[in-house]
Design a protein around this ligand. Sequence first.
Ligand SMILES: [Zn+2]
Length: 83
Amino acid sequence: MVSRKLRCVVCGRVFYEGQGIKISIAGKDLHFHSKSCALKFFKSLILYIDQKELERAVKATISEYEERLKELEEKSQKKIEAL
Ligand SMILES: [Zn+2]
């Protein structure tokens, strides 16, 4: 089976399917050859988002990760107590 050739939407580098990063967003499949190109893309993307919406999205994302961290901390706390 021949791998499909893909092109990084940020830097234009050509790479084979299975390498790089694929992100499906807003009905589009985006291909990036590296994490740094994906990060560049998303840094530009957020500038086009409505600031109010962005504020809400940032808050929601922060609390999602705070929840996750809290769970992890509680789990490690339980492990320590079990010792
Ligand atoms: Zn790239």
